[in-house]
Design a protein around this ligand. Sequence first.
Ligand code: ATP
Length: 355
Amino acid sequence: MSTPILEAHDLSKRFVGATRLFAPKRFVTAVDRISLAVYPGETLAIVGESGSGKSTLGRLLLRLLAASEGHVYYQGEEITHASGARLNQLRRELQIIFQDPFASLNPRMTVEQIVGEPLWLHQKMGKADRQARVAELLATVGLPAAWARRFPHEFSGGQRQRIGIARALASGPKLLLGDEPVSALDVSVQAQVVNLLENLKQQLGLTMIIVAHGLAVIRHMSDRVAVMYLGQIVEMATVDEIFDAPLHPYTQALIASAPQTQPGLKHEMPLLQGDLPNPASPPQGCRFHTRCPHVTDECRQREPIAQVLEGGRQVSCHRWQELNRDRTVIQIAPPSAAFLRRRALFEHAASHSSL
Ligand SMILES: Nc1ncnc2c1ncn2[C@@H]1O[C@H](COP(=O)(O)OP(=O)(O)OP(=O)(O)O)[C@@H](O)[C@H]1O
């Protein structure tokens, strides 16, 4: 496998949680000792319930948040403590697209100013060049260049998301993080934006991280999936492995709870019961044990260690082998044709790297 574009080693983030006056501080460990690698040209999805730490992990990887512990590497270079000019450079190369396109666009700026801002800030590009580049970027995301003089309120949700994407592309990024990039949009518009992201990724050889609840979007867009539960990754595998033969009881329940993605497996798997425990006081042992239908004393007492299977698949469950023995034939699938196609496009784009 190629060198990862991004890597996390034992990455943790603690926030000070809400407390009452004079009460002792409580900490929420939003991300707890996570290690993972993101490979060039792939789309890695991070999924899990609200509060599981997906957005925090994404922001730590992009250095938009500082880690409490652990290390982040970008193209092999440690960037955990990068600052000043190096951090600015990283901000250009690692871009984020937000969930709410309206909130992320300054309502008092025209599209030309919004999309052109990074060109001025990072490249000190003059006005005429900037206007020409903004027109190109708008065309790239499927918007007419003539709309550059308009303000964000004059656009629909999908069009605003396209403007947000054009702004992210203006910096010439190598990696895009989409934090719920389509969940605020109508279903019909979601597909258009997903297709746009797919096309851009192939055209420009981008790597993507998608943070999302929507499993249908994940299935459509991603190559690999990391499933998070209370700050930890409980399973990480290719998209087909996750949807067709999930090994962790939480992944199984998550998929069964979204029957539209996998109707055939609906009756075989338990639905997700109960709420996510309070992240400020997670359960001891396996964090999923309070909701797991297969819980044993070992699960209550001992935290499972991530097991790495052949092909790089990872699962953190004491009982995964025993529980899946009869249910699934586990095959480590070779990379899908779609992934290989993207990888080839990535290599092509990397060698012709002007957008
Ligand atoms: N700035 C912050 N200060 C305090 N706690 C925070 C902060 N940001 C996140 N948290 C807490 O960290 C935990 C993980 O939050 P995070 O937003 O990463 O989860 P998420 O899986 O992305 O959820 P959602 O899908 O709702 O965005 C939550 O308990 C959240 O309340």
